[in-house]
Write a protein that binds this ligand. Structure first.
Ligand code: FAD
Length: 310
């Protein structure tokens, strides 16, 4: 049997998580096909064909797939599933949107947020907001897996798979695309960034958040993140939230400014390679995970840090 990887893409290019999920998919030990469903998505399919270890790329073109609507995509995947033992997708907002529907249609239990492939049917994944790692074995005929991309290195190029067109499936016609507002930023995308500067409630206002966090992030070429308290208070937009109910990140460097280190925040960033925390409370839990801690007032420390960076 074969593994079907559902590509995350924007029609022109693959998103970073696809190549990382491919690494997990290849560890299942079976040939991997990649499904690129989109509109005008040939470029994304060609990019998938170049990834090492991809045996075949399936390209499903249709207006109904242009915006990643979960219902038609799930119908398409369920229709293809007969040829596959495992259906795998990144645990991105797309993957989390589509794969539960696929598992319901296939009557298979989904394993979410896989962080390690122990064997072809046994996986590790975090539970209780990352406080425990569970090892689960699937006994279903079909495996449906979402993969926590921060746990896997990206597979590089080196393949030359064929791209095969597949028919669009019948649209269940239960959802319609109405519009989207895409946040525009010059900064790197949060989940793909190598460096993240995150701000917490201590910033005190949206203006201070911008004044203090943004220049340091710009100096480091970093993405900006935020705690939920900062997001709830309106200091930062929702899509910057890091944590259990936000984004899960694992950059090379994570700088936490005025963030206490609540367990729900740690769930989203504790796998970062180097963690730097600035907090005026030396007992703040963030210092338990920090590699470098500065006890002090962030409004004094951050400008000094910036100066030191030149
Ligand atoms: P606080 O906990 O208020 O901490 C502020 C910190 O700033 C303190 O440690 C203080 O000492 C320090 N400080 C104050 N002034 C200064 C200064 N001038 N200089 C330096 N330090 C200073 N939270 C998330 O972040 N992400 C999530 O995804 C998330 N999901 C949740 C899901 C659930 C179901 C629940 C119940 C909670 C969730 N939370 C989440 C909320 C979480 O429990 C915390 O409330 C939140 O993370 C706190 O944010 P904070 O650290 O910015 O604020």
């Amino acid at each position: 049997m074969t593994t079907l990887l559902i590509a995350d893409h924007n029609n022109q290019a693959l998103k970073d998580g696809t190549a990382k999920t491919l690494t997990a998919a290849r560890e299942l030990g079976e040939p991997v096909h990649v499904l690129v469903a989109g509109e005008g998505a040939r470029a994304a399919a060609d990019a998938a064909a170049k990834l090492e270890g991809v045996e075949k790329v399936l390209l499903a073109e249709g207006a109904v797939y242009a915006h990643g609507l979960a219902e038609p995509l799930a119908a398409l995947i369920a229709g293809l599933a007969g040829n596959y033992r495992s259906i795998v997708a990144p645990a991105s907002s797309n993957g989390k949107n589509v794969l539960p529907r696929v598992s319901a249609l296939l009557d298979a239990a989904q394993v979410s947020d896989v962080t390690k492939v122990v064997s072809p049917d046994t996986f590790e994944h975090p539970i209780y907001a990352g406080n425990a790692i569970e090892t689960v074995q699937t006994t279903d005929a079909k495996q449906v897996l979402t993969v926590r991309t921060a746990a896997f290195k990206a597979t590089g190029e080196g393949g030359s798979a064929a791209v095969e067109n597949v028919e669009a499936a019948a649209d269940p016609a239960v959802s319609q695309f109405k519009g989207e507002e895409v946040a525009k930023s010059e900064r790197p995308e949060l989940t793909a960034a190598k460096i993240i500067v995150s701000g917490g409630r201590a910033l005190g206002s949206a203006e201070k958040f911008q004044e203090v966090v943004a220049p340091l992030a710009d100096k480091l070429g970093a993405a900006i993140g935020a705690s939920r308290a900062a997001v709830d208070a309106g200091y930062a937009p929702n899509d910057l939230q890091v944590g259990q109910t936000g984004k899960v990140v694992a950059p090379d460097l994570y700088i936490a400014l005025g963030i206490s280190g609540a367990i729900q925040h740690l769930a989203g960033m504790k796998d970062s390679k180097v963690i730097v925390a600035v907090n005026k409370d030396e007992d703040a839990p963030i210092f338990q995970v920090a590699d470098y801690g500065i006890v002090g007032d962030l409004f004094k420390v951050v400008p000094e840090l910036e100066k030191a960076l030149g």
